[in-house]
Design a protein around this ligand. Structure first.
Ligand code: HEC
Ligand code: HEC
Length: 334
């Protein structure tokens, strides 16, 4: 009954937000300063110069130097699909650091390609690729940029000023969805991708990679797989923690909610994030004990800022309905 009522409440709120959708995201809500983080590489004009894909680029087939990275917990971006790859310079490895983070060698390239299937129920009906985001480490400094794909899906071009592009697709349950997808500006990239006022990758932590993946038609632990192909240094996988896939309803409500907050909110709301967000009394990192996250004191506010489309305030234009339902159920259970 409680669950039924809360579903009704969410539905009502969605209707209110939908009727108000023109000013759903208030540009003036939080002003972003110019970060101007130092740069140590000049990005090439065309994505093809990085030789990320082989064959027809639209097939997103990684070339032999690029390797798939799969995350357990991911960032919601308007229901887009994402492919994540890593390339390391020949003869180098990623290394485990004691705090559970990964040290990447200079020359590393991390990529994330955003696309939509025309119909989520049948991938053979084709897809539309929108952008490929890159992070490159040189001289111990990370650099960040995005490339927008052309209509023909043959090439993508460097774009630092962002772009809005209309996209529609059929979702898993057969309904037509559409949005004015927003490619972030370089400065918006930096808002999320920072730690101690330095640019940083966010997804590939050891615990977020510590999961079962399918490679060469067998299922294996991704950490052990990366070690076996020489991309990651050797250590016992049992030494490290793991984070759950929040979409997997077989996992516990607490683990799923904490995993969601970790990848969707904690890149800003952690003690080393952008100072404007750390001024708020939240620390949404997975490892932070619940009592210290700030959630218990502001249960309703946490979910309400999402329902009203205020948080996360950049990187999306649509509400994450499933994410909101998850956090609503979680905060009501506390
Ligand atoms: C709203 C916050 C946010 C914004 C804005 C954002 N990112 Fe990210 N990005 C993330 C998070 C969180 C991840 C890891 C989770 C995932 O991939 O689902 C990530 C992952 C990535 C990755 C894969 C490697 C990694 O760090 O995990 C690349 C490359 C990347 N982003 C580049 C960019 C670029 C370029 C821009 C700007 C055009 C940008 N991002 C804007 C939050 C953001
Ligand atoms: C791009 C960085 C960023 C991301 C991502 C982000 N926040 Fe925030 N958040 C902020 C900033 C900055 C503020 C302070 C806004 C202000 O000064 O009014 C804030 C404020 C808040 C507040 C307090 C609002 C108020 O009125 O007091 C809540 C609650 C909150 N965020 C929750 C979340 C949740 C939940 C997520 C993930 C779904 C999230 N945030 C993601 C930057 C971020």
């Amino acid at each position: 009954m409680v669950k039924y009522l809360s579903c009704l409440a969410v539905l009502l709120l969605f209707i209110i937000v939908a009727c108000n959708s023109n000013n759903y995201r208030d540009e003036e809500y939080v002003a972003i300063p110019d970060f101007n983080f130092p740069k140590s590489t000049k990005f090439k004009e065309k994505l093809s110069e990085y030789k990320i894909f082989e064959g027809s680029p639209a097939d997103l087939l990684p070339s032999k130097d690029f390797h798939l990275l799969e995350l357990s917990s991911t960032l919601f971006t308007d229901y887009s699909q994402k492919q994540r790859l890593v390339k390391l310079p020949v003869g180098t490895k990623m290394k485990k650091l004691t705090d559970g983070s990964i040290e990447f060698p200079n020359g590393t390239i991390l990529t994330k390609t955003f696309f939509y299937y025309n119909d989520d129920r049948d991938q053979s009906l084709g897809k539309k690729i929108i952008e490929t985001r890159l992070e490159i480490k040189e001289n111990d400094v990370w650099n960040i940029a995005t490339y927008i794909w052309n209509k023909e899906q043959t090439e993508a071009t460097l774009e630092t000023n962002g772009l809005e592009t209309k996209i529609s697709w059929i979702s898993e349950n057969g309904t037509m969805r559409s949005t004015n997808y927003q490619v972030p500006t370089e400065n918006q990239c930096m808002t999320c991708h920072q730690s101690n006022s330095k640019l940083t990758p966010l997804g590939p932590t050891l615990r977020n990679l510590n999961r079962i993946v399918s490679r060469h038609s067998s299922n294996l632990n991704q950490i052990e797989y990366l070690q076996s192909v020489g991309l990651l240094n050797e250590f016992d996988v049992n030494q490290i923690d793991y984070i759950v896939d929040y979409k997997n309803t077989e996992e516990s409500l607490t683990d799923r909610s904490r995993a969601y907050l970790d990848m969707n909110c904690a890149h800003c709301h952690n003690p080393k994030g952008w100072d404007k967000s750390t001024q708020r009394p939240f620390d949404f990192r997975y490892e932070t004990p619940l009592e210290q996250t700030g959630i218990l004191r502001k249960k309703e506010k946490v979910v309400n800022t999402m329902i009203r489309g205020k948080m996360p305030f950049i990187g999306t234009t649509m509400l994450d309905e499933e994410g909101i339902e998850l956090l609503l159920e979680f905060t009501e259970s506390l």
